[in-house]
Design a protein around this ligand. Structure first.
Ligand SMILES: NC(=O)c1ccc[n+]([C@@H]2O[C@H](COP(=O)([O-])OP(=O)(O)OC[C@H]3O[C@@H](n4cnc5c(N)ncnc54)[C@H](O)[C@@H]3O)[C@@H](O)[C@H]2O)c1
Length: 254
């Protein structure tokens, strides 16, 4: 039996792309899914999987709280929150800077994860268990000259995940991030042929769902898992910091 069998899972941005692929894979493992999305297409995905759809704008804290509440009411609890809703960068930074689009990027890609995480933690800390998986990006692990503002939001998600994880571990809660390379979904717009022409792999969303399942079943926390074309999936190894103690032979415990 899969560890996902019977689990109640909330997935933001589950109306299409990576979120829908995760919903389908988890449902195939016996999970009960709630799709939270601004796009009504999420209702069809939920219906296909015998799940629930809740119209949710992740940029609003109240919508995140309502989605979590709907999950607990419908399923009698919540086990996993996949905070996946996101948008791509549609303007430049050095040139063609559009401040309103910058605000949208931060609202969806960062506020959406902050509010979703906080809403899920209210339930998870009370029950003493739960798993959170946020979709960051490879652009959260490295520089991305084609999308510096998108990269900034995705770095922020990884900083959040790594920083919250130690605090909630004592409550039996894990917090991890997925860091996919280019994935064949609508977020790439017209860019897919140009990316493949450069020899860069564009993977199917099902590959992300496969790694999502691995992350949740391996039980680690505070990790960021790249989703790339080659090699065994595993957590990214962050370089250590230079020493910050006044006595360089003493280790920081915080
Ligand atoms: N496709 C890629 O190349 C790629 C690579 C790395 C990371 N990601 C990340 O994966 C996640 C999923 O993206 P995708 O590739 O499936 O793209 P997508 O456009 O297919 O899916 C994004 C989903 O988020 C939803 N959404 C957008 N704004 C929302 C809001 N305010 N409230 C609720 N839902 C909202 C959309 O309706 C859509 O269903 C995003 O966080 C994205 O940044 C994608």
């Amino acid at each position: 039996m899969s560890p996902l069998d019977g689990k109640a899972v909330l997935i933001t941005g589950g109306a299409g792309g990576i979120g829908a692929a995760i919903a389908r894979r988890f449902a195939s493992r016996g999970a009960r899914v709630l799709i939270a999305d601004v796009d009504q297409a999420g209702a069809a995905v939920a219906a296909e999987l015998g799940g629930v759809f809740v119209h949710t704008d992740v940029t609003k804290r109240t919508d995140n709280l309502a989605a979590v509440e709907a999950a607990t009411e419908h399923f009698g609890g919540l086990d996993i929150a996949v905070l996946n809703a996101g948008i791509g960068e549609k303007s430049g930074f050095v040139e063609e800077f559009r401040p309103e689009h910058y605000r949208d990027l931060v609202s969806v890609n960062l506020d959406g994860v902050v509010y979703g995480l906080h809403a899920a933690l209210e339930v998870f800390t009370a029950q003493g268990s739960g798993a959170i998986l946020a979709t960051s990006s490879l652009a959260g692990l490295t520089e991305s000259p084609i999308g510096p503002l998108y990269a900034a939001t995705k770095h922020a998600v990884i900083g959040l995940v790594r920083s919250v994880a130690p605090t909630v571990a004592a409550h039996g809660i894990t917090v991890n991030a997925l860091c996919p390379t280019f994935i064949d979904t609508p977020i790439l717009g017209e860019a897919t042929p140009f990316i493949t022409e450069m020899g860069v792999a564009v993977l199917p969303p099902e590959r992300v769902a496969e790694v999502a399942e691995l992350v949740l079943t391996r039980g680690g926390t505070g990790q960021a898992w790249p989703v790339v074309p080659h090699g065994e999936p595993g957590p990214f190894v962050f370089p250590g910091l230079p020493p910050i103690m006044t006595d360089p032979n003493r280790q920081a415990t915080a």
